[in-house]
Design a protein around this ligand. Structure first.
Ligand code: HAM
Length: 434
């Protein structure tokens, strides 16, 4: 006998999302759409495949994302392409390409989709992961930062009815091109005498892009990093004023936040506000989402000046925190009840046609219906109805066909009712509240 070919498995760091688990993903996405649309955001879909230069120019060549984590390959015509590691750069590219920003107005866009980073896989960290993100382009007004954070906080509290439980909002300002230049000079001076004691990455970063030293995860480097000056103390008056306007208004709206001077975020395009929301339920990979302002990004990508602000939620992590939060709440969350409305049980061939016709009528009314393709003994059928968590079973046998009345069984109470064939759909719709 020839050997059976070995099973092909999913690529390391990627995963299949299977039903009924996908119900919560759908719910989260529906809720996000609703929450964002209430703030006048509209959906944008950009390609997963982008020219590599897009990320090199925006996220930055010295970042971990671009220097170590991108899935980059040469296409057959030699063009270097990359599976997007994030979507902010793509959104700005798209807006510039289609001239959306030329009208001088404010554009509010959101997206949902997969991103790719070749990181070491662990709980909460995948090589294909999903983000739900939003971007506002066209203004640097501090009220935009506040409004977007307010939208996020209300979404997180109510998502999938359960919410995500406790979370912390960390916020900082990384200044603008002007004040950051001065600060980076200072940082370089401060790093000069100590960099030899730091990891190889930090030694390189100290030369090329000192701000990226704050991304270092090496334990031994942390005491050195903790002694470095922070940008918050070196903001220019305009950036300080912007930051105070944001934090002041967050306080006025009762949105708790923690000023975190070392929060620089691992992407180069940020200016002024940067923020993250962390959740204790997540363990080591505790960042539920991250975002900030990127007032120079459009210009970096060859466009006219167009300030921007946005965030991206890690959807994998969001789903995990909701599951965690739901454990402390009594009852089954509605996204876990993968229930069928109706199971149509039929016993012999003549009833097969009537059963399929009824199923079609009920399904056209958007009721969830299942039935077997072959006749089945009543007891076995009702066993299946139970296994599928059907709320009702409709029983059709020879007798029911003759009388024109079907048996409708409530699978919760066991009560059975005879209903006229023409009235079955209305009867079930009423009881299911559909
Ligand atoms: P980011 O901090 O790189 O920011 O990613 C945002 C979120 O995506 C993280 O907080 C995390 O929840 C999730 N995430 C990142 N990498 C992984 C991974 N390997 N596995 C699972 N989840 C992950 C951005 O991507 C920016 N584009 C956000 C932004 C939008 N800034 C302004 N606008």
């Amino acid at each position: 006998m020839p050997d059976r070919p070995h099973l092909v498995r999913a690529v390391k760091g990627t995963r299949d999302l299977l039903p009924p688990g996908t119900l919560l993903w759908q719910r989260v996405e529906d809720d996000a759409r609703q929450a964002f649309e209430a703030y006048d955001f509209k959906e944008i879909r950009t390609p997963i495949l982008e020219p590599t230069a897009l990320f090199a120019r925006s996220v930055g060549v010295d970042t971990d994302i671009v220097s170590k984590e991108m899935y980059t390959f040469e296409d057959r015509d030699r063009e270097s392409l990359t599976l997007r590691p994030e979507a902010t750069a793509s959104v700005v590219r798209s807006c510039l390409e289609h001239g959306l920003l030329a009208d001088g107005g404010i554009h509010k866009l959101y997206y949902i989709g997969p991103m790719f980073r070749r990181e070491r896989p662990q709980k909460g960290r995948y090589r294909q992961f999903y983000q739900i993100g939003a971007e506002v382009l066209g203004s640097d007004h501090p009220l935009i930062d506040v409004e977007v954070i307010e939208m996020l906080e209300s979404f997180l509290r109510g998502v999938a009815k359960t919410g995500v439980g406790e979370f912390n909002l960390l916020i900082n300002s990384v200044g603008c091109g002007r004040c950051r230049q001065e600060y980076v000079k200072l940082l370089r001076r401060e790093l000069e005498p100590v960099k030899a004691t730091m990891c190889g990455d930090c030694q390189r970063r100290a030369e090329t892009n000192p701000l990226r030293v704050f991304d270092c995860k090496v334990e031994a480097d942390q005491p050195v990093i903790a002694r470095l000056p922070t940008i918050l103390d070196y903001l220019c008056p305009e950036c300080r004023q912007h930051f105070e306007a944001v934090t002041g208004e967050l306080s006025r709206r009762g949105i708790a936040h923690q000023i975190t001077p070392r929060l620089v975020r691992g992407l180069d395009y940020y200016t002024r506000t940067t923020f993250e929301i962390t959740s204790g339920a997540l363990g080591a990979q505790n960042a539920l989402l991250g975002g900030g302002r990127y007032d120079g990004l459009a210009e970096l990508l060859g466009g006219p000046p167009a300030p921007g602000f946005g965030f991206a939620i890690g959807e994998d992590r969001l789903v995990e925190t909701i599951r965690e939060a739901s454990r402390s709440i009594a009852g089954t969350p509605d996204w876990e009840e993968d229930s069928l409305h109706i199971f149509v049980a039929w016993m012999d061939h003549p009833a097969g046609i009537a059963s399929n016709d009824l199923a079609r009528e009920l399904r056209a009314k958007r009721l969830k219906v299942a039935l077997t393709y072959e006749p089945m003994k009543l007891k076995k059928s009702l066993g299946l109805a139970n296994r599928y968590h059907a709320r009702f079973a409709v029983i059709i046998g020879e007798q029911e066909l003759a009388s024109g009345c079907y048996q409708v069984k409530d699978m919760k109470t066991g009560a059975q009712q005879e209903v006229k064939r023409e009235e079955v759909a209305a009867y079930l719709q009423e009881r299911l509240g559909a």
